[in-house]
Design a protein around this ligand. Structure first.
Ligand code: MN
Ligand code: MN
Length: 268
């Protein structure tokens, strides 16, 4: 259950309201990497999760994100104050905010696009959800960074510093949550990948570029341990496509598989 305490998680002070900046702040209110998206993503993941410690982690952070939504929404609302009052100038500056929203905040991003659940990544697999959350926190952090660089208002920077810091804290908690699942980094999902094929890197961008760009693959720092297959499009027989499929990591009963038909390539 939720309980609202009539106090912001972090006190917000604004010197001179800056409505254009207030609109930018909506990116963290109703935007794709904003606080509502974070709150909803973690909460819905938490509802789906049966692992008690991961569920607790998701519900704790999901709830904190709702408190962040309240902080950033209040901050945006204070900056948008000049949009209130129905002036023609305010309506011309932003009809959506001034006329539809009456100068208040709404669940839209900085460009006025409505918030959507399509922003959320919920997979029903705790390890995959946690990886999504680590990336989501990094995106939220860098969004706060950019917003901080766009204002001189000390009170605003102070509140954003708090919100930005918490995203790094969350990132760390999700990373430690992922570690606690004790899964190897490439241990994803149900089926084991095909041996041989899984260790081949397809070098699909070859040759020299107009500006002297070279093929970096062979010496790249990330290629370690891979077998490089050059131009597989021209050398299809170099791809280990006939490798013996790996066995499923878990036993699948015949009854749960018998209705699954092979999927034919629709283009054929
Ligand atoms: Mn947050
Ligand atoms: Mn966060």
């Amino acid at each position: 259950m939720y309980h609202h305490i009539k106090k912001l998680m972090y006190t917000v002070r604004v010197g001179t309201p800056d409505p254009v900046y207030g609109k930018m702040l909506l990116e963290q209110f109703g935007g794709q990497n904003g606080e509502l998206a974070a709150a909803m993503q973690y909460t819905v993941q938490g509802i789906n999760t049966t692992n008690p410690s991961i569920k607790d982690l998701l519900m704790d952070i999901g709830t904190e994100e709702l408190s962040h939504l309240e902080v950033v929404g209040t901050l945006a609302m204070m900056h948008l104050k000049p949009m209130k009052g129905g002036s023609r100038a305010a309506a011309e500056a932003d009809p959506l905010l001034a006329i539809t929203g009456g100068g208040g905040v709404n669940l839209v991003d900085s460009a006025g696009s409505a918030w959507t659940a399509n922003y959320l990544k919920v997979t029903g697999e705790p390890d995959i959800d946690l990886r999504n959350n680590i990336a989501a926190e990094a995106r939220a952090k860098v969004t706060y960074d950019r917003l901080m660089r766009l204002t001189d208002d000390p009170g605003t920077i102070d509140a954003l510093q708090f919100l930005m810091t918490r995203e790094i804290t969350h990132m760390r908690a999700f990373m430690q949550g992922l570690e606690s699942l004790d899964k190897a980094p490439l241990d994803v999902g149900f089926y084991a990948p095909t041996p041989g094929l899984v260790d081949q890197f397809f070098n699909d961008s070859t040759g020299e570029g107009e500006n002297g760009a070279k093929d970096e693959t062979a010496d790249a720092p990330w290629i370690k341990g891979f077998e490089v297959v050059n131009n597989p499009g021209f050398n299809p027989d170099h791809m280990k496509l006939d490798g013996v499929p790996g066995s499923a990591k878990q036993d699948i009963s015949t009854s749960s598989r018998k209705h699954i038909e092979p999927v034919e390539n629709a283009a054929e």
